[in-house]
Design a protein around this ligand. Structure first.
Ligand code: NAD
Length: 488
């Protein structure tokens, strides 16, 4: 075996407990859930399966910590020091966290090392720096008063995260929420809770006061209980559009402010004037990254007619060459889907493509156990097809031809989603013109997936509302109070 073929050891993981009030706890009813390795379908460990009673205990702990002022009353610089220590601890434990995330989600270790772990650390470090920017302002009113504004935390934040980027998406919520002075109850996805539990320990080690971060592992019941709890002051949700809608409705009924980051159906537009070879490489990465389980995936490719045939040929030839396999093996680019239901969903769309008579090219089936789905390109798809209109959330790309810039924009904007979009062109004026017209929270030109903690992202339409990353995310977790002192 050469170094290139090396398969790294999987970690062994002790059973996980809830984290409430600064210590581990079993679920009130003693329930546990088995966590599977998606690449082998074998049990990895168990974690406590929290429900409404556990959420209530966690909310009480978070409420008490919020009301005591133990965290919100701390100088922002002191809160920042805790977050900076969390960032340092993530870097110190980088390899452990990368393996845990790969085991839990089935992500290739190359990416958890290169992307998930460093991005989570960068996110905590960035918001630690932004602590100094939390400030109100003095105003000059036309009445005899000394008037100023204060920026204050909401209180208790309920953070609900999906299965596909556990470390990163919890950091995008926890870092701004905590540096703003909120306390948090975090409910990670039931399939992938392992790094959230490890992070609770690292926060503890970093000196976060007890009760400021609580983690309840569990499923939809726990999520529903968190959203409905009147003692929660803000909900931050990332997940599917269907669940996001019910979360927004429940939060609306309780008048709890809510941020919902939901699904996507990103259109990647290749104009004939693009560097076509580079654009093809970009298009492949855009749909296979994270095994296509990426809300901002470039899952729809729109190609200008003169280069359409060449692009389709190149893509159908490439699907067989994307390295699919064990996430712990060097060189793996595409791993398994995170679970059996995800695999079944992706395969149902591939079957639909075949039944619809579209031109279809799939890479080889993975030889072995696990929840793998083949890398697939479907060309000549109708705009109205569910393959174009619905989020597949797997390594499946649709390809469509267009003739004019207006048609490309109409097709790109022609789904209910609006999260990410991109265009490949060498025409500078077109780049700016089309970027402005694309209905999306983030647009990439001559690339895809360029992400940075300073740059906000978020949706429109069925992709949700609110923004994460950048100073915009800090605003999500602060509210403004006016103070007027009568000088009359
Ligand atoms: P999901 O909606 O099934 O679950 C998300 C979370 O919500 C989980 O923790 C789940 O337990 C919880 N939940 C389920 N039902 C609930 C309810 N009724 N009330 C409260 N919480 C509930 O999503 P998923 O399958 O884990 O994640 C994939 C989806 O997330 C995709 O649609 C993807 O596009 C989206 N996503 C969006 C972004 C973004 O930033 N916009 C980022 C990553 C993933």
């Amino acid at each position: 075996m050469t170094d290139q073929d090396a398969t790294h050891a999987r970690p062994s993981v002790a059973p996980g407990a809830l984290w409430i009030g600064g210590r581990p706890a079993a679920a009130a009813d003693g329930a546990t859930r088995t966590i599977l390795d998606p690449a082998t379908a074998q049990a990895v460990t168990t974690v406590a399966d929290g429900g409404a009673a556990d959420v209530a205990l966690a909310v009480v702990a978070a409420r008490a910590a919020a009301d005591s002022g133990v965290w919100s009353g701390m100088a922002p610089r002191a809160r920042a020091e805790v977050l900076a220590r969390v960032a340092a601890l993530i870097r110190e434990h980088a390899e452990e966290l990368a393996r845990l995330e790969s085991l839990d989600v089935g992500k290739p270790l190359m990416f958890t090392r290169m992307i998930d772990v460093p991005t989570a650390a960068d996110t905590y470090a960035y918001y630690a720096q932004l602590a100094a920017s939390i400030e109100g302002s003095a105003r000059t009113p036309s009445i005899p008063a000394f008037a100023y504004t204060r920026r204050e935390p909401h209180g208790v934040v309920g953070a609900i995260t999906p299965f596909n980027f556990p470390l990163i998406l919890s950091a995008t919520k926890l870092a701004p929420a905590l540096v703003a002075g909120n306390t948090v109850v975090h409910k990670p996805a039931e399939e992938t809770p392992l790094t959230a539990l490890r992070m609770a320990e690292l926060f503890h080690e970093a000196g976060l006061p007890d009760g400021v971060l609580n983690v309840v592992t569990g499923g939809a019941d726990a999520g529903r209980a968190l959203v409905a709890d009147p003692r929660v002051d803000k909900i931050a949700f990332t997940g599917s559009s269907a669940v996001g809608r019910s979360v927004a409705q429940a939060a609306g009924a309780a008048l709890t402010p809510v941020l919902v980051e939901l699904g996507g159906k990103g259109a990647n537009v290749i104009f004939a004037d693009a560097d076509v070879e580079a654009a093809i490489g970009t298009a492949i990465n855009a749909f296979v990254f994270n095994t296509g389980q990426f809300c901002m995936a470039g899952s729809r490719l729109l190609v200008e007619r003169p280069v359409y045939d060449a692009v389709v040929e190149a893509l159908t030839g490439a699907v067989g060459h994307v390295p699919v396999g064990d996430p712990f093996a060097d060189g793996t680019v595409v791993g398994p889907m995170a679970g059996p239901t995800h695999e079944a969903k992706v395969r149902s769309y591939i079957e639909l493509a075949a039944e619809s008579g579209y031109r279809l090219a799939s890479g080889p089936e993975h030889d072995g156990p696990g929840f793998f789905a083949p890398v697939t390109v479907v060309a000549g798809v109708d705009q109205a097809s569910p393959l174009v209109q619905e989020e597949v959330f797997g390594p499946v790309l649709t390809v469509q031809a267009f003739d004019t810039e207006d048609e490309a924009v109409a097709m790109a904007n022609g789904t209910p989603y609006g999260l990410s979009a991109g265009l490949q062109t060498t025409n500078l004026a077109r780049a700016h013109r089309v970027a402005a017209r694309l209905r999306a929270g983030i647009v990439w030109v001559n690339g895809w997936s360029l992400l940075d903690v300073q740059m906000p992202f978020g949706g429109t339409g069925r992709s949700g509302y609110g923004r994460e990353n950048g100073p915009e995310a800090l605003d999500e977790y602060l509210r403004t109070k006016s103070v007027l002192i009568d000088l009359g």
